[in-house]
Design a protein around this ligand. Structure first.
Ligand code: HEM
Length: 900
């Protein structure tokens, strides 16, 4: 329609504003008669040859000033950055974003979003080695996909798009997607379609004449796609909101949600839902399209010029040792590769017209006056093809970036791009195969036993820390025939569980748990079943009041019963496990809908069974069964254990039956009710994960994980108060100052009780209750220079974090100052990870913290705890007698003396 023309110069009259010259505009269409909307950058380049490097063009009624040539663009965007610093108002983007996001927002909002985005992206690894490794892993998945074609032809478009956007996904959402994930494919398809449409002549026409918008089907499709993207992202945001843990942010979205919460009371915050949506989308679209298009150009050019490809491969073989992973800094030793990558970007020229700017005020530039609000197009293509700067601008010629000796030279007229492209292109050229896959180092395994002779099975945590001193923070151990990678120390464990949360998200198959749960439930399940069950459980627990005042009321109620029970001892000694009843009962309230009387036979049976199962779980015999399951016939422990679990199941079955008999929407009072209700809701759904076996397994997991843990922590906290009476006294003094006589401290009160809060944190740090819970890799993973194949068992040692001497002043001493500053204020510590961290962390954290605080403060408010007569504080034993699933204190007694 509007084809390329040969241009006749028309000397434009100087306007009052002294605008740059340009072709004379026709009524209504302006200069659209001389602009090919399919390749507008070419038409503008032609015009620059006639009107010079700064000229005016009228796109319909819109007046635009075009900047051409490297010198001009640099002068405007660097030396006059402020004057050209506004983003132009483009109708379709305005309609799409309503002024939200980063790419097309303005003024203060843009500044705030840009500042926040840059610092958040940096926090999540941009420009750092962690991100580099993340990219390499993605490349690894990509290579596998390429290999699956066995040299046969295939289209690279979608798959490269997937891989590249996965890198940005891991920064945004803290997770990558499988290449065949239908939701991911839809997301990419919508973005792809919009990118195409946004550059189409029809949408450009809409931008020139927005008032005719109703005519353009393309613009409508763009907006429709945006609303689909909106729906998709809202769902993701919702999931992130539900699982948000301020101490453990998975990516940009989480950081935004936290900021949004912090600013929720501000009347004009930039952290609105609209901004979340469009900032995410801007980053996603910008990070995907640009990079993947460049990578595809890279592939095409390497096919076209095989001799160049070969030269790159030779250079890489020289520089990168077999078995080593390449680092970005290797570029310095690879001038030829570096030159090729730069030339690919110059030649590909993927954003030929830059992104339009506008002038925030009248601007004097090169003798012209450009009025406020004029749209500015920096014609990047003209810099990348500037004849003054490139020897052969129209040819693919890596020597543009090489000197006579083959050294890489930086060229000013090159406008650089992103790290992702550099690495990815480099990798495609090497074929990646050169790097051997190596596991972390470790002791040599002996036949049959592997390294079991180096591990004390009763104190695995201590043995692992000792081995770390010799083999470094990441090492490989052989438990019998089983290979295990051990991660130790705060830095490494946090990096694995947070930055690589999706990679380390799975649990391994452990024979005893396989036999008990058969892959069902929460604790030892994986994949979609785990995800759905976990999401459902977290939201049900929240609906049942977890972490809220609702459950706090039940905790106070339980506190009364506990205090009454302790009073009944009348200051005489009683055993520490007597405290267990109360925290266990709170978990039972959530599971069963009501508390038990402490003498109820079912309650007592459950307590006994949980206790016995926990002891068996820690026994060396059970470990042996897990290492050598085929020798099961030799060991009895696992059979005894299975029998006990059956007994627990029999009790749970009764509760499930009762729930099933009168379930309806208005009677969801417990986790069991919630599960049964969900099961009925999904009864006609094929493949629903809410089948009987999974229901039972999920309840069983909460019975086991949600009782022993809190109960044992409470026991420890009382034991430590007996051991350190001066600390107990200081806690009581703080309680006296802050809690009104006759009332209980609420969880909220912890903010005014820094000392007590510090003591409770220190209890959890010091006791290292759960030394580790095994994970395994969900995908092939490159981590800190090692290759961990999919499915390998990984032990992130929480003990080594809680006792990390780089993080704690006196790791082996009970010292509440670890959580206090010089003024006595409470300070949060990153290395406080008793609940673990990342996507697979403990789901009971907020319930446990609330309970521990309310019980602990209530108890110390009412009683002073002392050793029994004849036992001194020094006699109290802080060692652990046996490893149960958790580290319990030695059986000891306490006397509770009623306070005035
Ligand atoms: C002081 C109390 C507690 C501590 C120290 C604790 C600690 C932990 C740890 C370290 C994990 C392993 C996470 C990982 O693999 O990264 C875990 C998992 C888990 N915890 Fe807790 N926990 C406590 C209380 C609770 C409570 C009260 C509940 C439930 C009401 C609970 C339910 C769970 C569940 C279901 C998992 C498995 C999560 C999954 O695999 O997705 N925990 N806990």
């Amino acid at each position: 329609m509007l084809g390329n023309r040969s241009f006749v110069p028309i000397s434009s009259k100087k306007s009052v504003c002294n605008l740059p010259p340009g072709p004379r505009p026709l009524p209504l269409i302006g200069n659209l008669n001389v602009v090919d909307l399919k390749k507008p950058f070419q038409s503008l380049t032609e015009l620059s040859k006639i009107y010079g490097n700064v000229f005016t063009v009228h796109l319909g009624p819109r007046k635009v000033v075009v900047l051409a040539g490297y010198e001009t663009i640099k002068d405007a965007l660097s030396n006059h950055a402020e004057e050209f610093g506004e983003r132009a108002e483009i109708p379709i983007f305005r309609k799409m974003t309503q002024g939200n996001g980063i790419a097309f927002s303005h003024g203060e909002l843009w500044k705030t979003m840009r500042r926040f985005t840059l610092s958040t992206l940096r926090d999540f690894g941009m420009g750092k080695r962690t991100l580099e490794i993340r990219i390499l892993e993605e490349v690894n998945s990509l290579i596998k996909y390429f290999e699956s074609y066995h040299g046969k032809p295939f289209d690279t478009k979608m798959i490269i798009n997937n891989a590249v956007s996965n890198v940005i996904c891991s920064i945004l959402f803290g997770e990558r997607f499988e290449y065949d994930d239908p939701a991911f494919l839809t997301l990419l398809k919508l973005i792809n379609q919009n990118t195409k449409l946004l550059g189409s002549p029809m949408v450009q026409l809409y931008n020139f004449y927005p008032s005719l918008g109703f005519l353009s089907g393309a613009s409508k499709t763009v907006l429709q796609n945006i609303s689909e993207l909106n729906a998709f992202l809202q769902k993701l945001f919702q999931e992130h909101q539900e699982e948000l843990n301020e101490n453990d942010l998975t990516g940009f979205v989480d950081a935004f949600l936290v900021k949004q919460k912090q600013e929720s009371k501000k009347p004009h915050t930039a952290f609105s839902n609209g901004n979340l949506m469009f900032s995410t989308l801007d980053l996603f679209a910008a990070g995907t399209e640009t990079t993947s298009t460049t990578v595809r150009w890279g592939l095409l050019l390497m096919m076209k010029y095989p001799e160049i490809q070969r030269k790159i491969q030779e250079e890489m073989n020289h520089v990168i040792e077999p078995g080593e992973l390449p680092r970005l800094e290797d570029r310095k030793k690879m001038p030829y590769t570096e030159a090729v990558i730069h030339e690919i970007q110059r030649f590909a020229n993927i954003v030929p017209m830059g992104v339009s700017r506008s002038t925030p005020s009248d601007v004097n530039f090169r003798g012209y006056v450009i009025p406020k609000g004029t749209e500015i197009i920096p014609l990047l293509t003209s810099a990348l093809n500037d004849e003054l700067h490139w020897k052969t601008p129209d040819q693919f010629n890596p020597s543009h970036f090489l000197d006579a000796n083959g050294n890489f030279i930086r060229r000013e007229a090159f406008i650089p791009f992103s790290i992702a492209v550099l690495l990815a292109v480099a990798y495609f050229s090497t074929g990646y195969k050169n790097s051997a896959f190596k596991l972390p180092p470790g002791p040599t395994p002996l036949p049959i036993i592997g390294n079991l002779h180096l591990v004390d099975l009763r104190r695995q945590d201590k043995s692992l820390m000792k081995l770390a001193e010799k083999y470094g923070p990441i090492f490989t151990l052989h438990f019998g025939f089983q290979k295990v990678v051990v991660l130790t120390g705060y830095e490494v464990v946090r990096e694995a569980l947070v930055n690589y949360t999706e990679e380390f998200v799975d649990r391994p198959s452990i024979p005893i748990f396989d036999q008990i749960q058969n892959g069902n439930g929460l604790f030892f399940s994986i994949g979609e079943l785990w995800r759905t069950t976990r999401r459902f459980t977290v939201s049900s627990m929240r609906n049942l009041g977890m972490g809220k005042q609702m459950i706090e009321g039940r905790i106070f109620e339980e506190l009364h019963f506990l205090i009454d029970m302790i009073k009944s001892f009348k200051g005489e000694p009683f055993s520490l496990p007597s405290f267990n009843c109360a925290p266990i009962n709170v978990t039972f309230v959530m599971l069963f809908g009501d508390r038990f009387d402490y003498k109820d036979p079912t309650f007592l049976t459950l307590l006994r069974l949980i206790d016995e199962v926990m002891i068996l779980l820690g026994s060396p015999n059970l470990n042996y069964f897990n290492f050598y399951p085929f020798l099961g016939f030799l060991f009895k422990t696992h059979k005894i254990m299975l029998k006990k679990i059956d007994d627990v199941r029999a009790i749970l079955r009764q509760y499930m039956k009762a729930s099933r008999e009168d379930i309806n929407e208005n009677s969801v009072r417990s986790y069991i009710d919630a599960l049964i209700f969900k099961q009925q809701e999904e009864k006609n759904k094929k493949d629903s994960p809410f089948h009987d076996e999974n229901l039972m397994a999920s309840i069983l997991d909460l019975v086991m994980a949600g009782t022993e843990t809190i109960a044992t922590t409470l026991q420890w906290s009382i034991l430590l108060m007996m051991k350190y009476p001066e600390i107990q006294k200081k806690v009581q003094e703080e309680i006296g100052r802050t809690v009104k006589a006759g009332s209980w401290a609420t969880y909220e009160d912890r903010k005014n009780m820094p000392y007590t809060n510090a003591v409770l944190h220190e209890v959890q740090r010091f006791i290292t209750l759960l030394p580790h819970v095994p994970r395994c890799t969900a995908v092939d993973t490159h981590f800190r220079g090692y290759f961990l194949p999919k499915g390998i068992i990984v032990i992130p040692s929480l003990t080594s974090v809680l006792l990390d001497k780089t993080q704690w002043e006196t790791p082996h001493q009970f010292n509440p100052n670890h959580f206090l500053d010089a003024e006595g204020n409470f300070v949060k510590k990153g290395a406080f990870l008793p609940f673990s961290t990342g996507r697979r962390n403990c789901i009971g954290e907020s319930l446990a913290k609330m309970e521990l605080f309310v019980f602990f403060v209530g108890l110390l408010q009412t009683f002073t705890f002392r050793p029994q007569p004849g036992v001194s504080e020094a006699d109290l034993d802080l060692t652990v007698p046996q490893t149960t699933f958790t580290l319990r204190p030695q059986p000891q007694a306490t006397c509770a003396v009623l306070r005035e």
